[in-house]
Design a protein around this ligand. Sequence first.
Ligand code: CO
Length: 451
Amino acid sequence: MTDGKSTVKITETVLRDGHQSLAATRTRTGDMIPVLEQLDEVGYNALEAWGGATFDSCLRFLNEDPWERLRTIKKYCKKTPIQMLLRGQNILGYNHYADDVVEAFVERSVANGVDIIRIFDALNDVRNLECAMRAAKKSGAHVQGALVYTISPYHRPENFLKIAKDLVQLGADSICIKDMSGLLAPYDAYDLVKTLKTHISAPINLHTHYTSGMGSMTYLKAVEAGADIIDCALSPFALGTSQPCTESMIYAFQGTVYDTGIDPEKLAPLALHFRKVKQSLEADFKIKTNIPIDPEVLKFQIPGGMLSNLLNQMKEQETADKYDLMLAEMPRVRADLGYPPLVTPTSQMVGTMAVMNVTLGERYKLVPREVKDMVRGKYGRLPGPIAPELKEKLVSGEPFISHRPADDIPPQLEKLKAQLSEKGYADASMEDLLSYASFPEVALAFFQKNR
Ligand code: CO
Protein backbone atom coordinates (compact mmCIF):
# COMPACT_ATOMS: atom_id res chain seq x y z
CA MET A 1 0.00 0.00 0.00
CA THR A 2 1.36 3.38 -0.94
CA ASP A 3 -1.02 5.75 0.76
CA GLY A 4 -3.50 4.56 3.35
CA LYS A 5 -5.67 7.59 2.73
CA SER A 6 -6.59 7.04 -0.90
CA THR A 7 -6.40 3.26 -1.09
CA VAL A 8 -9.45 1.90 -2.85
CA LYS A 9 -11.32 -1.05 -1.39
CA ILE A 10 -12.99 -3.88 -3.26
CA THR A 11 -16.25 -5.61 -2.48
CA GLU A 12 -16.34 -9.02 -4.16
CA THR A 13 -19.67 -9.94 -5.80
CA VAL A 14 -18.89 -13.44 -7.10
CA LEU A 15 -21.17 -15.00 -4.46
CA ARG A 16 -24.20 -12.82 -5.33
CA ASP A 17 -24.42 -10.34 -8.20
CA GLY A 18 -21.79 -12.12 -10.32
CA HIS A 19 -23.81 -15.30 -10.74
CA GLN A 20 -27.14 -13.45 -10.53
CA SER A 21 -26.08 -11.40 -13.57
CA LEU A 22 -24.40 -14.14 -15.61
CA ALA A 23 -25.66 -17.52 -14.41
CA ALA A 24 -29.34 -17.02 -13.47
CA THR A 25 -28.37 -17.04 -9.75
CA ARG A 26 -27.73 -20.78 -9.88
CA THR A 27 -24.44 -21.07 -7.93
CA ARG A 28 -25.03 -23.58 -5.14
CA THR A 29 -23.69 -23.36 -1.60
CA GLY A 30 -21.68 -26.50 -2.33
CA ASP A 31 -19.95 -24.64 -5.18
CA MET A 32 -18.87 -21.96 -2.73
CA ILE A 33 -17.74 -23.92 0.31
CA PRO A 34 -14.38 -25.16 -1.03
CA VAL A 35 -13.08 -21.57 -1.44
CA LEU A 36 -14.87 -19.60 1.26
CA GLU A 37 -11.87 -19.62 3.62
CA GLN A 38 -9.60 -18.51 0.77
CA LEU A 39 -12.02 -15.70 -0.15
CA ASP A 40 -11.96 -14.64 3.49
CA GLU A 41 -8.16 -14.29 3.32
CA VAL A 42 -8.01 -11.99 0.26
CA GLY A 43 -8.50 -8.70 2.06
CA TYR A 44 -11.78 -7.62 0.50
CA ASN A 45 -13.85 -4.79 1.98
CA ALA A 46 -16.80 -7.21 1.98
CA LEU A 47 -18.18 -10.31 0.33
CA GLU A 48 -21.57 -9.63 -1.21
CA ALA A 49 -23.19 -13.00 -0.69
CA TRP A 50 -26.88 -12.79 0.13
CA GLY A 51 -30.16 -11.07 -0.74
CA GLY A 52 -31.12 -9.93 -4.21
CA ALA A 53 -32.33 -12.96 -6.16
CA THR A 54 -30.25 -15.52 -4.22
CA PHE A 55 -32.98 -16.07 -1.63
CA ASP A 56 -35.67 -16.92 -4.18
CA SER A 57 -33.28 -18.99 -6.28
CA CYS A 58 -32.23 -21.13 -3.28
CA LEU A 59 -35.82 -22.04 -2.49
CA ARG A 60 -37.15 -22.25 -6.04
CA PHE A 61 -34.38 -23.89 -8.04
CA LEU A 62 -31.72 -25.27 -5.72
CA ASN A 63 -33.77 -26.87 -2.94
CA GLU A 64 -31.64 -24.96 -0.43
CA ASP A 65 -32.62 -23.04 2.66
CA PRO A 66 -31.28 -19.52 2.06
CA TRP A 67 -30.82 -18.99 5.80
CA GLU A 68 -28.70 -22.13 6.00
CA ARG A 69 -26.55 -20.79 3.14
CA LEU A 70 -25.99 -17.57 5.04
CA ARG A 71 -24.95 -19.41 8.21
CA THR A 72 -22.60 -21.63 6.21
CA ILE A 73 -20.89 -18.68 4.53
CA LYS A 74 -20.54 -16.97 7.90
CA LYS A 75 -19.02 -20.10 9.42
CA TYR A 76 -16.15 -20.08 6.91
CA CYS A 77 -15.73 -16.30 6.53
CA LYS A 78 -14.88 -14.96 9.94
CA LYS A 79 -12.81 -11.90 8.98
CA THR A 80 -14.51 -10.36 5.95
CA PRO A 81 -17.89 -8.68 6.44
CA ILE A 82 -20.79 -10.43 4.68
CA GLN A 83 -22.97 -8.06 2.69
CA MET A 84 -26.55 -8.40 1.53
CA LEU A 85 -28.84 -6.47 -0.82
CA LEU A 86 -32.29 -5.45 0.42
CA ARG A 87 -35.08 -3.66 -1.49
CA GLY A 88 -36.14 -1.50 1.45
CA GLN A 89 -39.82 -1.92 2.29
CA ASN A 90 -40.09 -4.61 -0.43
CA ILE A 91 -37.49 -6.80 1.37
CA LEU A 92 -36.62 -9.14 -1.52
CA GLY A 93 -39.89 -8.96 -3.48
CA TYR A 94 -41.86 -6.45 -5.52
CA ASN A 95 -44.52 -5.26 -3.09
CA HIS A 96 -44.33 -3.33 0.14
CA TYR A 97 -44.53 -5.27 3.39
CA ALA A 98 -45.72 -4.15 6.80
CA ASP A 99 -43.07 -2.73 9.13
CA ASP A 100 -43.18 -5.76 11.45
CA VAL A 101 -42.10 -8.07 8.59
CA VAL A 102 -39.34 -5.71 7.48
CA GLU A 103 -38.04 -5.38 11.04
CA ALA A 104 -38.05 -9.13 11.63
CA PHE A 105 -36.36 -9.84 8.31
CA VAL A 106 -33.55 -7.40 9.00
CA GLU A 107 -33.09 -8.62 12.58
CA ARG A 108 -32.88 -12.30 11.50
CA SER A 109 -30.53 -11.48 8.59
CA VAL A 110 -28.06 -9.90 10.98
CA ALA A 111 -28.51 -12.65 13.58
CA ASN A 112 -27.73 -15.28 10.92
CA GLY A 113 -24.56 -13.59 9.70
CA VAL A 114 -25.07 -10.42 7.63
CA ASP A 115 -22.71 -7.58 8.60
CA ILE A 116 -23.45 -4.97 5.94
CA ILE A 117 -26.94 -4.28 4.57
CA ARG A 118 -27.20 -2.34 1.33
CA ILE A 119 -30.71 -0.92 1.18
CA PHE A 120 -32.32 0.70 -1.85
CA ASP A 121 -35.69 1.78 -3.20
CA ALA A 122 -36.58 1.67 -6.90
CA LEU A 123 -37.87 5.28 -6.77
CA ASN A 124 -35.21 6.61 -4.36
CA ASP A 125 -38.00 7.53 -1.94
CA VAL A 126 -36.12 7.49 1.35
CA ARG A 127 -39.36 6.93 3.28
CA ASN A 128 -39.30 3.40 1.83
CA LEU A 129 -35.88 2.86 3.42
CA GLU A 130 -36.59 4.32 6.87
CA CYS A 131 -37.96 1.18 8.52
CA ALA A 132 -35.27 -1.17 7.18
CA MET A 133 -32.48 1.29 8.03
CA ARG A 134 -33.75 1.76 11.56
CA ALA A 135 -33.98 -2.00 12.08
CA ALA A 136 -30.51 -2.56 10.63
CA LYS A 137 -29.04 0.09 12.96
CA LYS A 138 -30.77 -1.49 15.91
CA SER A 139 -29.34 -4.91 14.97
CA GLY A 140 -25.84 -3.47 14.89
CA ALA A 141 -25.25 -3.86 11.14
CA HIS A 142 -23.33 -1.46 8.94
CA VAL A 143 -26.08 0.34 7.02
CA GLN A 144 -25.32 1.25 3.44
CA GLY A 145 -27.94 3.54 1.88
CA ALA A 146 -28.10 3.18 -1.89
CA LEU A 147 -29.00 5.70 -4.59
CA VAL A 148 -30.49 4.08 -7.67
CA TYR A 149 -28.70 5.71 -10.59
CA THR A 150 -30.61 6.82 -13.65
CA ILE A 151 -30.51 9.62 -16.21
CA SER A 152 -33.21 12.32 -16.36
CA PRO A 153 -33.69 16.06 -15.77
CA TYR A 154 -34.52 15.13 -12.15
CA HIS A 155 -31.39 13.06 -11.59
CA ARG A 156 -28.62 15.65 -11.62
CA PRO A 157 -25.72 15.31 -9.18
CA GLU A 158 -27.43 17.85 -6.89
CA ASN A 159 -30.59 15.69 -6.77
CA PHE A 160 -28.52 12.64 -5.81
CA LEU A 161 -26.68 14.71 -3.22
CA LYS A 162 -29.99 15.63 -1.61
CA ILE A 163 -30.98 11.95 -1.38
CA ALA A 164 -27.53 10.99 -0.06
CA LYS A 165 -27.79 13.66 2.64
CA ASP A 166 -31.21 12.31 3.65
CA LEU A 167 -29.75 8.81 3.88
CA VAL A 168 -26.90 10.01 6.08
CA GLN A 169 -29.48 11.80 8.21
CA LEU A 170 -31.31 8.48 8.60
CA GLY A 171 -28.11 6.86 9.84
CA ALA A 172 -26.40 5.49 6.71
CA ASP A 173 -22.81 4.50 7.51
CA SER A 174 -21.87 4.58 3.83
CA ILE A 175 -23.51 5.51 0.54
CA CYS A 176 -23.75 3.34 -2.55
CA ILE A 177 -24.33 4.58 -6.07
CA LYS A 178 -26.22 1.66 -7.56
CA ASP A 179 -25.97 1.65 -11.35
CA MET A 180 -27.97 -1.46 -12.27
CA SER A 181 -27.74 -1.17 -16.03
CA GLY A 182 -24.29 0.30 -16.52
CA LEU A 183 -25.62 3.73 -17.52
CA LEU A 184 -23.11 5.75 -15.52
CA ALA A 185 -20.53 7.14 -17.95
CA PRO A 186 -16.94 7.68 -16.73
CA TYR A 187 -16.98 11.49 -16.60
CA ASP A 188 -20.48 11.60 -15.13
CA ALA A 189 -19.24 9.21 -12.46
CA TYR A 190 -16.38 11.60 -11.77
CA ASP A 191 -18.78 14.56 -11.33
CA LEU A 192 -21.27 12.62 -9.23
CA VAL A 193 -18.68 11.14 -6.88
CA LYS A 194 -16.92 14.54 -6.60
CA THR A 195 -20.23 16.20 -5.66
CA LEU A 196 -20.96 13.57 -3.01
CA LYS A 197 -17.41 13.56 -1.62
CA THR A 198 -17.42 17.35 -1.33
CA HIS A 199 -20.46 17.41 0.93
CA ILE A 200 -20.57 14.02 2.63
CA SER A 201 -18.00 12.34 4.83
CA ALA A 202 -19.52 8.82 4.66
CA PRO A 203 -17.57 6.44 2.39
CA ILE A 204 -18.84 6.22 -1.20
CA ASN A 205 -19.25 2.77 -2.77
CA LEU A 206 -19.82 2.51 -6.52
CA HIS A 207 -21.74 -0.45 -7.94
CA THR A 208 -21.94 -0.72 -11.70
CA HIS A 209 -22.55 -3.37 -14.35
CA TYR A 210 -20.54 -3.89 -17.51
CA THR A 211 -23.74 -3.95 -19.62
CA SER A 212 -22.87 -0.93 -21.78
CA GLY A 213 -19.15 -1.75 -21.85
CA MET A 214 -18.06 1.29 -19.80
CA GLY A 215 -17.74 -0.28 -16.35
CA SER A 216 -14.01 -0.25 -15.71
CA MET A 217 -13.57 3.23 -17.19
CA THR A 218 -16.35 4.39 -14.88
CA TYR A 219 -14.56 2.88 -11.88
CA LEU A 220 -11.28 4.49 -12.86
CA LYS A 221 -12.78 7.98 -13.01
CA ALA A 222 -14.89 7.42 -9.90
CA VAL A 223 -11.80 6.35 -7.94
CA GLU A 224 -9.94 9.43 -9.18
CA ALA A 225 -12.85 11.50 -7.85
CA GLY A 226 -12.52 9.83 -4.44
CA ALA A 227 -14.77 6.76 -4.50
CA ASP A 228 -13.80 4.60 -1.53
CA ILE A 229 -15.17 1.21 -2.56
CA ILE A 230 -15.84 -0.47 -5.92
CA ASP A 231 -17.84 -3.66 -6.48
CA CYS A 232 -16.03 -6.19 -8.65
CA ALA A 233 -16.44 -9.84 -9.60
CA LEU A 234 -13.70 -12.45 -10.03
CA SER A 235 -12.91 -12.90 -13.75
CA PRO A 236 -15.11 -15.94 -14.52
CA PHE A 237 -18.16 -14.04 -13.22
CA ALA A 238 -17.15 -10.56 -14.44
CA LEU A 239 -17.97 -8.40 -17.49
CA GLY A 240 -20.97 -8.94 -19.75
CA THR A 241 -23.96 -7.91 -17.65
CA SER A 242 -21.98 -8.41 -14.42
CA GLN A 243 -19.44 -6.20 -12.60
CA PRO A 244 -15.99 -5.14 -13.82
CA CYS A 245 -13.28 -7.73 -13.14
CA THR A 246 -11.64 -7.89 -9.69
CA GLU A 247 -8.20 -8.95 -10.93
CA SER A 248 -8.08 -6.29 -13.69
CA MET A 249 -9.05 -3.48 -11.33
CA ILE A 250 -6.42 -4.59 -8.81
CA TYR A 251 -3.73 -4.58 -11.52
CA ALA A 252 -4.94 -1.22 -12.86
CA PHE A 253 -4.40 0.47 -9.50
CA GLN A 254 -1.26 -1.43 -8.49
CA GLY A 255 1.65 0.86 -7.64
CA THR A 256 -0.50 4.00 -7.70
CA VAL A 257 -1.87 5.98 -4.75
CA TYR A 258 -5.06 3.96 -5.17
CA ASP A 259 -3.33 0.56 -4.76
CA THR A 260 -5.87 -1.87 -3.29
CA GLY A 261 -3.21 -3.66 -1.26
CA ILE A 262 -4.62 -7.00 -2.47
CA ASP A 263 -2.11 -9.55 -3.71
CA PRO A 264 -3.41 -10.63 -7.14
CA GLU A 265 -1.57 -13.95 -6.73
CA LYS A 266 -4.20 -14.93 -4.17
CA LEU A 267 -6.90 -14.60 -6.80
CA ALA A 268 -5.60 -16.98 -9.46
CA PRO A 269 -6.66 -20.21 -7.67
CA LEU A 270 -10.02 -18.65 -6.81
CA ALA A 271 -10.61 -17.70 -10.44
CA LEU A 272 -9.69 -21.23 -11.48
CA HIS A 273 -12.26 -22.63 -9.06
CA PHE A 274 -15.05 -20.33 -10.25
CA ARG A 275 -14.26 -21.05 -13.90
CA LYS A 276 -15.03 -24.69 -13.17
CA VAL A 277 -18.16 -23.72 -11.23
CA LYS A 278 -19.38 -21.73 -14.22
CA GLN A 279 -18.86 -24.69 -16.52
CA SER A 280 -20.76 -26.99 -14.17
CA LEU A 281 -23.66 -24.50 -13.95
CA GLU A 282 -23.87 -24.33 -17.74
CA ALA A 283 -24.02 -28.11 -17.92
CA ASP A 284 -26.29 -28.77 -14.94
CA PHE A 285 -28.84 -26.01 -15.59
CA LYS A 286 -28.55 -25.70 -19.37
CA ILE A 287 -27.85 -21.99 -19.14
CA LYS A 288 -25.69 -19.71 -21.23
CA THR A 289 -23.30 -17.63 -19.17
CA ASN A 290 -21.65 -15.82 -22.04
CA ILE A 291 -23.76 -12.66 -22.10
CA PRO A 292 -22.22 -9.98 -24.32
CA ILE A 293 -22.25 -6.25 -23.62
CA ASP A 294 -24.94 -4.19 -25.33
CA PRO A 295 -24.24 -0.46 -25.76
CA GLU A 296 -27.86 -0.02 -27.00
CA VAL A 297 -28.83 0.07 -23.32
CA LEU A 298 -27.56 3.65 -23.30
CA LYS A 299 -30.19 4.73 -25.85
CA PHE A 300 -33.23 3.46 -23.99
CA GLN A 301 -31.90 2.93 -20.46
CA ILE A 302 -33.51 -0.51 -20.59
CA PRO A 303 -31.33 -3.61 -20.48
CA GLY A 304 -31.30 -5.67 -23.68
CA GLY A 305 -33.12 -8.56 -21.99
CA MET A 306 -36.10 -6.35 -21.26
CA LEU A 307 -36.22 -5.06 -24.83
CA SER A 308 -36.27 -8.58 -26.24
CA ASN A 309 -39.08 -9.47 -23.80
CA LEU A 310 -41.14 -6.54 -25.05
CA LEU A 311 -40.47 -7.52 -28.66
CA ASN A 312 -41.63 -11.08 -27.92
CA GLN A 313 -44.74 -9.73 -26.23
CA MET A 314 -45.50 -7.69 -29.36
CA LYS A 315 -44.83 -10.64 -31.66
CA GLU A 316 -47.36 -12.70 -29.72
CA GLN A 317 -49.92 -9.94 -30.20
CA GLU A 318 -48.89 -9.65 -33.85
CA THR A 319 -47.97 -6.02 -33.40
CA ALA A 320 -44.21 -6.39 -33.86
CA ASP A 321 -44.44 -3.93 -36.80
CA LYS A 322 -44.96 -1.23 -34.15
CA TYR A 323 -41.71 -2.07 -32.31
CA ASP A 324 -39.91 1.08 -33.52
CA LEU A 325 -42.89 3.20 -32.47
CA MET A 326 -42.73 1.53 -29.06
CA LEU A 327 -39.04 2.38 -28.71
CA ALA A 328 -39.82 6.03 -29.41
CA GLU A 329 -42.82 5.93 -27.08
CA MET A 330 -40.90 4.59 -24.08
CA PRO A 331 -39.01 7.80 -23.21
CA ARG A 332 -42.27 9.78 -23.64
CA VAL A 333 -44.08 7.49 -21.21
CA ARG A 334 -41.20 7.70 -18.75
CA ALA A 335 -41.35 11.53 -18.89
CA ASP A 336 -45.16 11.53 -18.51
CA LEU A 337 -44.87 9.29 -15.43
CA GLY A 338 -42.35 11.51 -13.63
CA TYR A 339 -39.09 9.86 -14.73
CA PRO A 340 -38.94 6.75 -12.54
CA PRO A 341 -35.56 4.97 -12.63
CA LEU A 342 -36.01 1.96 -14.89
CA VAL A 343 -35.44 -0.96 -12.56
CA THR A 344 -37.78 -3.80 -11.60
CA PRO A 345 -40.74 -3.23 -11.23
CA THR A 346 -40.89 0.27 -12.77
CA SER A 347 -39.13 -0.84 -15.98
CA GLN A 348 -41.93 -3.33 -16.68
CA MET A 349 -44.59 -0.69 -16.04
CA VAL A 350 -43.09 1.84 -18.42
CA GLY A 351 -42.45 -0.86 -21.03
CA THR A 352 -45.96 -2.30 -20.86
CA MET A 353 -47.52 1.17 -20.97
CA ALA A 354 -45.48 2.07 -24.06
CA VAL A 355 -46.56 -1.16 -25.77
CA MET A 356 -50.23 -0.47 -24.97
CA ASN A 357 -50.03 3.13 -26.16
CA VAL A 358 -48.74 2.17 -29.59
CA THR A 359 -50.83 -0.96 -30.08
CA LEU A 360 -54.14 0.61 -29.00
CA GLY A 361 -53.44 3.60 -31.23
CA GLU A 362 -54.41 6.05 -28.50
CA ARG A 363 -52.14 7.09 -25.64
CA TYR A 364 -53.35 5.95 -22.19
CA LYS A 365 -56.61 4.55 -23.56
CA LEU A 366 -56.20 1.76 -21.03
CA VAL A 367 -53.94 2.04 -17.98
CA PRO A 368 -52.80 -1.11 -16.13
CA ARG A 369 -53.43 -1.30 -12.39
CA GLU A 370 -49.70 -1.17 -11.53
CA VAL A 371 -49.20 2.00 -13.56
CA LYS A 372 -52.23 3.63 -11.90
CA ASP A 373 -50.84 2.70 -8.50
CA MET A 374 -47.40 4.05 -9.32
CA VAL A 375 -48.89 7.36 -10.48
CA ARG A 376 -51.05 7.51 -7.33
CA GLY A 377 -47.94 7.23 -5.19
CA LYS A 378 -48.52 3.69 -3.95
CA TYR A 379 -44.87 2.82 -4.51
CA GLY A 380 -43.63 6.16 -3.20
CA ARG A 381 -42.86 9.61 -4.51
CA LEU A 382 -41.95 9.86 -8.20
CA PRO A 383 -38.81 11.84 -9.01
CA GLY A 384 -40.54 14.33 -11.32
CA PRO A 385 -44.08 15.68 -11.75
CA ILE A 386 -46.78 13.78 -13.67
CA ALA A 387 -47.83 15.55 -16.87
CA PRO A 388 -50.73 17.68 -15.46
CA GLU A 389 -53.13 17.03 -18.36
CA LEU A 390 -52.69 13.28 -17.78
CA LYS A 391 -52.97 13.16 -14.02
CA GLU A 392 -56.71 12.46 -13.70
CA LYS A 393 -56.84 10.28 -16.80
CA LEU A 394 -54.08 8.06 -15.46
CA VAL A 395 -55.64 7.35 -12.06
CA SER A 396 -59.33 7.58 -13.14
CA GLY A 397 -60.65 9.06 -9.92
CA GLU A 398 -58.66 6.99 -7.44
CA PRO A 399 -57.07 8.90 -4.54
CA PHE A 400 -53.47 10.09 -4.54
CA ILE A 401 -51.22 8.96 -1.69
CA SER A 402 -48.81 11.49 -0.26
CA HIS A 403 -47.81 9.67 2.92
CA ARG A 404 -45.34 6.79 3.32
CA PRO A 405 -47.04 3.92 1.45
CA ALA A 406 -46.31 1.31 4.15
CA ASP A 407 -48.32 3.38 6.66
CA ASP A 408 -51.39 1.83 5.03
CA ILE A 409 -50.24 -1.74 5.69
CA PRO A 410 -51.32 -3.23 9.05
CA PRO A 411 -48.95 -5.67 10.81
CA GLN A 412 -48.64 -8.98 8.93
CA LEU A 413 -46.50 -11.33 11.02
CA GLU A 414 -49.27 -12.81 13.20
CA LYS A 415 -51.48 -13.39 10.17
CA LEU A 416 -48.67 -15.12 8.30
CA LYS A 417 -47.93 -17.27 11.34
CA ALA A 418 -51.58 -18.33 11.51
CA GLN A 419 -51.56 -19.17 7.80
CA LEU A 420 -48.48 -21.35 8.15
CA SER A 421 -49.95 -23.02 11.20
CA GLU A 422 -53.10 -23.85 9.23
CA LYS A 423 -50.97 -25.51 6.62
CA GLY A 424 -49.39 -27.75 9.23
CA TYR A 425 -46.31 -25.74 10.14
CA ALA A 426 -47.24 -24.52 13.61
CA ASP A 427 -43.65 -24.90 14.81
CA ALA A 428 -42.10 -22.91 11.93
CA SER A 429 -39.05 -20.87 12.92
CA MET A 430 -39.01 -17.11 12.39
CA GLU A 431 -36.64 -17.74 9.46
CA ASP A 432 -39.15 -20.10 7.83
CA LEU A 433 -41.92 -17.62 8.49
CA LEU A 434 -39.91 -14.93 6.71
CA SER A 435 -39.20 -17.27 3.78
CA TYR A 436 -42.94 -17.82 3.57
CA ALA A 437 -43.64 -14.07 3.81
CA SER A 438 -41.22 -13.42 0.95
CA PHE A 439 -42.21 -16.20 -1.46
CA PRO A 440 -45.31 -17.99 -0.13
CA GLU A 441 -45.84 -20.73 -2.74
CA VAL A 442 -42.17 -21.37 -3.37
CA ALA A 443 -41.44 -21.59 0.35
CA LEU A 444 -44.34 -23.99 0.97
CA ALA A 445 -43.17 -26.25 -1.84
CA PHE A 446 -39.68 -26.17 -0.30
CA PHE A 447 -41.01 -27.02 3.17
CA GLN A 448 -43.00 -29.93 1.74
CA LYS A 449 -39.98 -31.37 -0.05
CA ASN A 450 -37.87 -31.13 3.08
CA ARG A 451 -40.26 -32.20 5.81
CO1 CO B 1 -26.11 -5.15 -9.38
